[in-house]
Design a protein around this ligand. Structure first.
Ligand code: OGA
Ligand code: MN
Length: 275
C-alpha cells in the first residue's frame, strides 16, 4: 500500500492495494489513514457492487440513505447520478452527509462508475484545520454552543431539490429530520477538535434565532471553504473515495453539463458524537 498526500491540509492518495483483498492489518492501516487525513482516494480498483457492500461491512454497519435512488439490485447502494440532460447535481454545495441524524454517518465509500470526459471532481475540506485556525476567543465561544441540523429544507416538498431537475429521482420527501449537535466535536478516534456545522444542513445555534445565527454561521462557512483547508479528488476509472464525515466537508463540482456521471455510494453508520 503506497500513500501520498493530496494537499497540505487533508487527504491521501492510496495505490498498490486491492480493497477486495485487504487483510485485517492492511484494513486497519487504511482506517487509520482515513481517520487521520479525513479522506483517502484509492486508485485502480475493480470492485463489483457485491464487493463494495462486503468491503463496507468491514467498517461497521451500512446506513441506507432514504433520499437517494438505490441501485436496483442492491438496496445498500445509493446512486449519486447526473444525466446528460440534467443541470443540477447531488451534493453541489459544501456539506457533511447525514449531520441531520441523531447519530450521523461515520463516512461514505464512493465508487466511480461512469465519469464525464473531464470535470466532476469532488472537493473536500478539513474541519480540524478550520477549527485550529480560529482565535482562542472564538474557539472558546464555539466550544460552548450546539447547533440544530435538518434536511427538511433540502428534500421535503418545496425544498431545494423539489425546484430542480433532480426532483423526480429523489425519494423520502415525507420524512422529517432534526438533530442537535455540539458546534465543536472531538474525533472519536484521533481526539482532534473539529468544527461541526455545515452550510447544507445546519439551521441555527441552539437557543439562538436563525437571524441571529446566520452572520456567525456565514463566517464559519466562508472560513471552512478556504482553499488552504481543501483537497481535490480528480476521479479516474477505478477510483474509490472513503471519507470521514465528522472531520470533513465535501462538494461535488457541477462542471460537466451534457455528460453523464454515476457514482455508487455506501454510507457507513457512525457512533454518537460529542464535544
Ligand atoms: C455524496 C456526495 C459527491 C460526489 O455522495 O454524498 O456528496 O462527488 N457526492 O458525487
Ligand atoms: Mn455528500
Amino acid at each position: 500500500m503506497k500513500v501520498s498526500p493530496l494537499s497540505e491540509a487533508l487527504g491521501v492518495e492510496v495505490t498498490d492495494v486491492q480493497l477486495a483483498e485487504l487483510d485485517g492489518a492492511a484494513l486497519d492501516a487504511l482506517k487509520t489513514q482515513v481517520f487521520e487525513n479525513g479522506i483517502a482516494v484509492i486508485r485502480d480498483q475493480q470492485l463489483s457492487p457485491e464487493q463494495h457492500i462486503a468491503f463496507a461491512k468491514r467498517w461497521g454497519g451500512i446506513d441506507v440513505n432514504p433520499f437517494f435512488p438505490t441501485n436496483s439490485g442492491w438496496p445498500e447502494i445509493a446512486e449519486v447520478r447526473k444525466a446528460e440532460t440534467q443541470r443540477v447535481n447531488i451534493g453541489g454545495g459544501w456539506h457533511t452527509d447525514h449531520s441531520y441524524d441523531e447519530i450521523p454517518a461515520m463516512g461514505s465509500i464512493l465508487v466511480a462508475r461512469e465519469l464525464p470526459p473531464s470535470g466532476g471532481d469532488t472537493l473536500f475540506a478539513s474541519m480540524g484545520a478550520a477549527y485550529d485556525s480560529l482565535s482562542d476567543g472564538l474557539k472558546q465561544t464555539l466550544d460552548t454552543l450546539r447547533a440544530v441540523h435538518s434536511a427538511d429544507h433540502i428534500y421535503q416538498p418545496g425544498g431545494f431539490y423539489s425546484k430542480t431537475d433532480q426532483a423526480a429521482e429523489l425519494t423520502g420527501q415525507e420524512l422529517s429530520t432534526r438533530a442537535v449537535h455540539p458546534v465543536v466535536i472531538r474525533h472519536p478516534v484521533t481526539g482532534r477538535k473539529l468544527l461541526y456545522v455545515n452550510a447544507g444542513f445546519t439551521l441555527h445555534f441552539e437557543g439562538w434565532t436563525r437571524e441571529e445565527s446566520l452572520p456567525l454561521l456565514a463566517y464559519l462557512y466562508e472560513l471552512g471553504a478556504r482553499e488552504e483547508f481543501q483537497c481535490r479528488v480528480e476521479w479516474q476509472p477505478g477510483s474509490v473515495a472513503i471519507w470521514d464525515n465528522r472531520a470533513t466537508w465535501h462538494l461535488a463540482m457541477n462542471d460537466y453539463h451534457g455528460h453523464r456521471r454515476v457514482m455508487h455510494r455506501i454510507t457507513l453508520t457512525g457512533d454518537p458524537i460529542a464535544a
